[in-house]
Design a protein around this ligand. Structure first.
Ligand code: SF4
Length: 376
């Protein structure tokens, strides 16, 4: 990749988000080894007043197009159907509800709930059983059978679903196996996350560069052989590569960062990186930018750059713009990875961006090089 001067995308933070993330409960019924959540054994539930306050701010944003509310936890289904329905109610019909779930609680009754509320379901599953060793119940028993039972219920009811897969060992061989698995599983969309050093998960995530690049390259090959699944990272990367070839690479990133407001159970708002919710730091405090019970969300977003850690992150993004040839593809990646890897936000490269941005793009380019038509 050559250096490109003057990337113009991703300046500052947009005042209107594309979606909000809501934490209906901090509780999770599983205890996955790589989980970053600090309070996952406590059941702090979001009161309906918090949902009502968010809904009031979201309402005008739903008029300009599709707006999503992503219920993330903890395990959102651990809040129970009745409570989740009460939290949905203030939003009315103008939003699209999503849940990110470990699937273990999904049964016929949950499927009826999803159908009734037209919920888009995304399940977290890390591939075949042997790759789910980190996913265990609070009693330490493997959770895989329960995950599969929940997914079977979705399939039985004809409910389409996405899947999110965490990969701890990105290397050749793994990608083809995973893609085959998710084809059989029947998901419509697949997101692949290389495990990150985040929150209370302190496992190292540095990998040999050649292995990670080969992992992504193999994933593209597997997908191109049978592209039935929307493969989030790969499709995005191909779009970027196409824009480079068309000379419009600078137009791929949105003009501003999406603030991705995460509303914690108590109404406090963390912007940009949901993973920072619930943490405290002597320098940055609790990372929140306000609370929807006292300040409308729109007002919190308008003042976002006044939150000290966010101001520092925006300086880091400018550093990325000035120094990194991958900026037009990456946009500076996620704030939380900078903090959890290096304790601050105004740095540039992290293991996360190496694994999930730089090597992803290199892997896709390697695939393209390997499949170039030979000159005659
Ligand atoms: S986060 Fe990493 S890949 Fe992204 S622009 Fe910054 S240095 Fe480049």
């Amino acid at each position: 990749m050559g250096m490109v001067d003057g990337w113009s995308g991703m300046h500052g933070i947009s005042a209107v988000p594309a979606y909000v993330v809501m934490q209906p409960t901090t509780l999770c019924n599983l205890d996955c080894a790589y989980c970053y959540l600090p309070f996952r054994s406590d059941d702090h539930r979001m009161p309906v007043e918090v949902a009502a306050a968010v809904a009031a701010s979201v309402h005008p944003w739903t008029r300009t197009g599709r707006f999503s509310v992503v219920w993330h936890g903890g395990e959102p289904l651990a809040a129970g159907r009745e409570h989740l329905a009460a939290l949905f109610a203030p939003f009315g019909a103008g939003v699209e509800h999503h849940v990110q779930t470990n699937a273990t609680l999904i049964d016929d009754a949950w499927c009826a709930f999803f159908a009734e509320h037209r919920v888009r379901v995304s399940v977290s599953v890390d591939g075949p059983e042997a790759r789910n060793g980190d996913r265990v119940t609070r009693g330490g028993r493997p959770a895989y059978d329960r995950i599969v039972r929940g997914i079977d219920a979705l399939r039985r009811h004809g409910i389409p679903f996405s899947a999110l897969c965490v990969v701890g060992d990105p290397r050749p061989g793994v990608a083809a196996e995973l893609y085959e698995y998710f084809l059989d599983l029947g998901c419509e969309v697949l997101g692949i996350n290389v495990e990150e050093l985040e929150g209370v998960n302190t496992r190292a995530n540095g990998h040999a560069a050649a292995d990670v690049t080969a992992f992504w390259s193999e994933l593209v090959s597997a997908w191109r052989a049978d592209p039935r699944i929307h493969l989030r990272e790969v499709e995005w990367t191909l779009r970027y590569a196409g824009a480079v070839l068309d000379g419009v690479a600078d137009e791929v990133l949105p003009r501003q960062l999406d603030p991705i407001p995460t509303i914690a159970h108590d109404g406090s708002v963390v912007l940009l990186s949901p993973e920072l919710a619930g943490f405290d730091d002597p320098r940055y405090g609790d990372f929140t930018s306000g609370n929807v019970l006292t300040t409308p969300l729109g007002e919190i977003l308008a003042g976002a750059a006044g939150t000290p850690w966010i101001a520092e992150f925006l300086r880091g993004v400018e550093q990325c713009r000035a120094t990194c040839p991958y900026f037009g593809f990456c946009g500076g990646a996620h704030a939380a990875n900078r903090y959890f890897e290096q304790g601050r936000f105004d740095i540039t490269e992290t293991d996360h961006c190496r694994n999930s941005k730089i090597r992803l793009l290199e892997g896709v380019l390697d695939h393209a090089r390997d499949h170039e038509p030979t000159a005659v």
